[in-house]
Design a protein around this ligand. Structure first.
Ligand code: MG
Length: 272
């Protein structure tokens, strides 16, 4: 099932994206958070909408967002870093989650170096604290696409990544959450980024240094994972900072991050 959250006539609703591209409006519930909390898939209704009629929201309001840095070997090389011995973890604020087609705006006086990072995002569907790696995928509800937007100049200016990773709107998510049953192998997916139609990243989720079951088990040793938590699993090579010369996002740019089997998530950039 491919689930989305949208606003139509000022109402936030849950929908099911059908194969023909139409949105079936769920008769129950109104929000993906309720699906995750109750562990019951939504019910269909007789009402359909055209995707062009709605405003796409982030498919869920994440409870927490745990992000993994430096998790693709070629990306680690382009940064000139060593392979980490354990996952590099940081946090993104749930309030930064925005949907497909959203405009993200930042101040030129604050950052000149905003970069893209396509990432496979894991949506947790079950509460877990301590879970064996071999059981870890059982707590996954589904998968979505994330753009881990990053202000490189801020990130590099201080030890904490909190500011550089968390400007308003810096976590586009979507366009849909695809339930786990439709993605039998999350390490067999192509990922890509295009800026104004030009390909910047072209990677494969099989290139992850630490794989998803390991990441979940590792996180659940320390944190309690809860339904609605989202884990961003790192980005492949091709970020702007790694290019020669480096390239960054500017006013009017459209960045499109896509993952095979899930969809394409577009963000419009506005610099003030
Ligand atoms: Mg990242």
């Amino acid at each position: 099932m491919r689930l989305l959250t949208f606003t139509h006539r000022q109402q936030r609703q849950l929908g099911i994206l059908d194969e023909d591209g139409r949105i079936n409006v769920a008769s129950w519930p109104n929000a993906l958070e309720d699906v995750l909390e109750r562990g019951t898939l939504p019910s269909r209704s007789a009402q359909y909408l055209d995707p062009a009629e709605v405003r796409w929201e982030a498919p869920l309001r994440p409870r927490k967002i745990i992000a993994i840095g430096q998790n693709y070997v070629e990306h680690i090389r382009e940064l000139g870093s060593e392979l980490p011995e354990k996952p590099v973890i940081f946090a993104k604020f749930p309030s930064g989650a925005v949907g497909h087609g959203e405009e993200v705006c930042w101040e030129a006086a604050l950052t000149q170096k905003v970069d893209w990072e396509v990432e496979l995002a894991v949506v947790i569907g079950a509460r877990c604290h301590h879970i064996r790696e071999e059981d870890a995928l059982e707590c996954v509800f589904g998968y979505t696409v994330a753009n881990d937007l990053t202000a490189r100049d801020i990130q590099r200016s201080e030890g904490q990544w909190i500011r550089g990773k968390n400007l308003a709107g810096f976590c586009p998510l979507g366009p849909v959450v695809v339930t786990r049953d439709e993605i039998p192998d999350p390490h067999a997916l192509r990922l890509s980024t295009q800026v104004n139609g030009e390909t910047m990243q072209a990677g494969h989720s099989g290139e992850m240094h630490f794989r998803i079951p390991h990441l979940i088990a590792y996180c659940a040793r320390m944190f309690t994972l809860e339904p609605g938590d989202v884990i961003l699993t790192g980005t492949p090579s091709g970020v702007g900072m790694g290019m020669k010369p480096p390239r960054f996002l500017g006013d009017g740019d459209v960045v499109r991050v896509a993952i095979e089997g899930i969809g394409a998530l577009e963000t419009r950039c506005r610099v003030q």
